[in-house]
Structure formats: C-alpha cells, structure tokens
Design a protein around this ligand. Structure first.
Ligand code: NAD
Length: 500
C-alpha cells in the first residue's frame, strides 16, 4: 500500500484534486512508497488566497505574538528531531545521523527568528533638522513563496520560512516532489505551536505549480534553491513579473591543498566533504586541487579512507553513506565515471556497479576517485551531485587559484594550509561566496548569511542572516516634524526642502 501526501493550506490538509501524482521512492529499496499530489493552477491560487487572507492580520501582528509562537515551534522541532530525520531517511536516503545534522542546522535559523525583535529594531535619528526626526523601519513584503530542492528537505525550507514569518510575511512552501513528507511534519508542528491558519502553507507540485507562483500577482517574493539552470529560469521569470527574487543554484566546490598542509587532516576533510550524503550536497567538495608535490601522497591518503566507508541503508546506524535519490540520477552519475578515462582522467576508484546485499533494487553507487583530471573533462565541468571526487594538479598557489576562479560556479571553497599569509590571500582573492580555511564545508552559522557567487546565485541577497531579514522586508523611512505651538507657521516655500 502506498501512502498519499496532500497539500497543507489554510492550516489543514487539503486533498489534491488535479488528478496528477508524483511517485516518491525509498532510495534504499527502489520501491515506490508514496504518491504525492501535484498541484494545478487552481490549487496554487487557493494557497495564495489563503496566504493573502492570513497576511491581513499576521502582517500587523505583534512581535511578541510572533516570537511566542516561534519559541514554541523551536521546542517542538527540538523534540521531533528524530521523527523528522526518519522521514528524511525514508524519502531522501541519507543516513540518520546526517539527517539529524540537517535538522540541527535548520534549527539554527529558527533560533535567529526567535530573536527577530533585535533584527527589526529599526533606526531613529532625532533632531536631524529643527524639530525633525527620521525613523527607518522595515515592513513585510506580503505573500512569499519558497521553492526547494530534494537534497535538504527540512533544512533548506528552514533557511527561508522562519525569517519570512518572523518578519510578518505569510509563506507558501513548494518542496521537492521527490521527498515531500518532512515539510508536512513541519507544517503540523507550526500549527501545534499556535501559528494562525494560512501563515504557512505547503503546496506540492512540479513545474505547473512553480510557474503559477512565478506569475501570480499576489506573490511578492520568491526564494529558490536548486540547480543552476532552474535557478536562472526562476530569477529571470520572477524578475520579469516584478517580484523580488533570490535563486541559489548549483556548485562545483574546490579545495585547494598547499604543500605545507597537514595531509592527514586534508584527506579526512576531502573524504568527509566529498562523499557525505553521497555527494548530494551543494557544499560538497567535488574537486581537490593539489599544489606542488603533494598530489600523489594526498590521493593515496584519500583512497585509503574512501575504501573504508560503509555504504548501506540510512536506517542502519552503521551506514556512513546511503543511496542516491533516484535510479536515473545514479545512472547519470555512473556515466561520468565510465567516460572519465577516455577524457584523460586516471580512475583510482570506480564505484559504479556497487550494490548492497538484500537491497539490490536500491539506488546504490560506490565511491569514485578520479586523479589527474583535466579541466576539459565533463566530470570536472559539470556538477555531478554524486560520490565522485576529482583531483586536479597545479604547480603553484597562483595556478590553483586561477583554476578555481575560472569555474563558472562560486558557491563554497576551502584552502588547507598552515600558512596564515597564504590563507589570507586566498580569502581575498578567491571568487566564491563562502570560504573555509582548513574547514571543508564552510556553511555559515544562522546569524551570517549563506550564498554563492557567479552561477551559484542569481539575485542580490544571500539567504538567512541579515540578508534574509532584508530580503523579506521593505525599507520605509519616516520623516516627522511636530511644530512648536509658540512658533508662527513657516509659510509657503517652493524651494526644495533643506535641513538646517
Ligand atoms: P532542481 O533544480 O531540479 O529542483 C529544485 C526545485 O525546482 C524543486 O522544487 C523542483 O520541483 C523545481 N523544478 C524543477 N524543475 C523545474 C522546472 N523546469 N521549472 C520549474 N520548477 C522546477 O534541483 P534538485 O535536483 O531538487 O536539487 C539539487 C540541486 O540543488 C543541485 O544542483 C544543488 O547544487 C542545488 N542546491 C543548491 C543549494 C545552494 O544553496 N546553492 C542548496 C541545495 C541544493
């Protein structure tokens, strides 16, 4: 028996009526476990109408009311970490401990939203001119939508909605149709925390739903996280329709290893960051650039570690790496490894053809390691989004930096070195939005913002942190004069007002 997943609109489950359904598989078994309703244009319109109605009161609700609900939600989220992680494992396939990690990082943004009172304090300048004061305030933008990818079904929505609703907006989440259940659990917890109906809605769907959100006149802003081609499309389309938009795209994250680095630490970091979540992370390290003479030793150390990784179902506490999201994706990842030798790569580890006993229909693939990868190889140029690590060689720091900066992507990057001066140069010279110094996955904490450069982000705002607060609010500046009753009126003056 497959279960069905429906929409959450206006504070309750709303059955899908479009007649269109999307299959959700358990990646560890390959079995279709769930059918998710895919919204029609009319269903999108119903969700937007519910969010618009709710905005009429939520947009002017007190900060005390909002933060009281958010603190309750935080406690419920904390108590339900395991339940959410189980849903992630069942539909995404990542291992349970990794799923708990994504819930923890999402919770950080809820923490930030609980303290929104500080972020929304505004600014006041008194007596800027005679008896004139100026206040800068920020107000919500209205109904906002978030369109999210499959690889973090709990964390990425939490990059968006806690700040959106804390700042007074109402929210429509369009999660990935590949793993839709965690978002519904979150909706239930928000309702239990006392969030008024319609403030947070979940609309399942595909391109039909997304396109309607992008054009709907009552949607003011779009947050998107996903692949680069779709991010570019979302940014172009939503902007053309007059919406505020932030669209985070794909990545090819490089790790530069200088000759003076601690090679054991660098190899540990490369293996953890390349193969964690089977490489299905936008901050995964997918290219190591070995500088000078360290290449051979580093590749050997990576290989030794990679060979020990235990692959298995995410429900098995001894598994370190789970399956890929779909069989189609698994086959695409394998095709990069199959084509690598012909493109001039040295295939050190070939993880294709891997299977797990008792789970033969799961979307398995083992770990692959490609060395001496030329920049012309497709395995280097494309975002593979699987457990395939490319190692490139560079003679000098400058050559390695130039290689990284020539990439069209600029999400995260890292340098491994003991040389503070080189690390400082790298921070300033590398063209990427997030930089790690001896830190392979430099995902910023909640009170800093997350975002890449170049083809990894379209729009002016990074996500969460101060940028998130700015994205979900509009600035307003109020200039006030209260006349002194003892003074005569200033009289008519057609000159441009000056401060004195
Ligand atoms: P995706 O682009 O295929 O899908 C993302 C969302 O867009 C989903 O909700 C999907 O339903 C929707 N969508 C897909 N095709 C569409 C279309 N033609 N028109 C309108 N909407 C469409 O991405 P994915 O495969 O779910 O996720 C993996 C990608 O996301 C990777 O490229 C990864 O790097 C990226 N990602 C980026 C970040 C970041 O912060 N930059 C974070 C996580 C994931």
């Amino acid at each position: 028996m497959t279960k069905t997943v429906h929409h959450w609109i206006g504070g309750k489950t709303v059955e899908g009526t479009s007649g269109n359904w999307g299959p959700v598989t358990d990646p560890a078994t390959g079995a279709v476990t769930t059918q998710v309703a895919l919204a029609s244009v009319d269903e999108v319109d119903a969700a937007v109408a519910a969010a618009k109605d709710a905005f009429a009161t939520w947009g002017t609700s007190s900060l005390a009311q909002r933060t009281t609900i958010l603190f309750k939600f935080r406690a419920l989220l904390d108590a339900n970490r395991d339940a959410i992680a189980e849903l992630i494992v069942a539909e995404h396939g990542k291992v349970h401990s990794d799923a708990l990690g994504e819930v923890a990082r999402g919770l950080e943004i809820v923490d930030l939203a609980c303290g929104i009172t500080t972020q929304l304090k505004g600014e006041l300048s008194t007596q800027v001119s005679n008896r004139v004061d100026v206040a800068s305030i920020r107000q919500p933008v209205g109904v906002v939508a978030g369109i999210t990818p499959f690889n973090f079904p709990a964390m990425v929505p939490m990059w968006m909605f806690p700040i959106a609703i804390a700042t007074g907006n109402t929210f429509i989440l369009k999660p990935s149709e590949k793993d839709p259940s965690p978002s519904l659990k979150i909706a239930e917890l928000l309702a239990e925390a006392g969030l008024p109906d319609g403030v947070f809605n979940v609309l399942h769907g595909d391109k039909v739903a997304v396109d309607r959100l992008l054009e709907h006149p009552d949607v003011s802003a779009i947050s998107f996280v996903g692949s680069t081609p779709i991010a570019r499309y979302i940014h172009t389309t939503a902007s053309a329709n007059g919406k505020r938009v932030q669209a985070l795209g794909g990545a090819k994250n490089h790790m530069l290893v200088l000759p003076d680095a601690d090679l054991d630490a660098a190899a540990d970091a490369a293996v953890s960051a390349a193969y964690g979540s089977a490489g299905e992370r936008c901050m995964a390290i997918s290219a190591v650039v070995a500088v000078g003479s360290v290449g051979d030793e580093l590749v050997q150390k990576i290989r030794e570690r990679a060979e020990k990784i235990k692959i298995g179902p995410g429900t098995d506490p001894t598994s370190e790496m789970g399956p890929l999201i779909t069989a189609v994706h698994r086959d695409k990842v394998a095709s990069y490894v199959h084509g690598a030798a012909a493109e001039g790569c040295e295939v050190v580890l070939d993880g294709t053809g891997y299977t797990v006993e008792g789970h033969e229909n799961g979307h398995w693939i083992g770990l692959s390691l490609l060395d001496h990868v030329p920049t012309s190889a497709k395995a280097y140029q494309d975002e593979i989004f699987g457990p395939v690590l490319c190692v490139l060689r560079a003679e000098t720091y400058e050559e390695g930096l130039a290689l990284i900066n020539a990439s069209p992507f600029g999400n995260g990057t890292a340098i491994f070195t003991r040389d503070g001066g080189a690390a400082r140069r790298f921070q300033l010279e590398v063209e990427a939005g997030m930089v790690g110094v001896n830190v392979p996955i430099p995902v910023p904490v909640g009170y800093h913002s997350f975002g890449g450069w170049k083809d990894s982000l379209f729009g002016d705002h990074h996500i969460y942190g101060n940028d998130g607060v700015h994205f979900y609010t509009r600035g307003k500046v109020v200039t006030t004069r209260w006349p002194d009753p003892s003074e005569a009126p200033a009289g008519v003056d057609l000159g441009f007002p000056r401060n004195h």
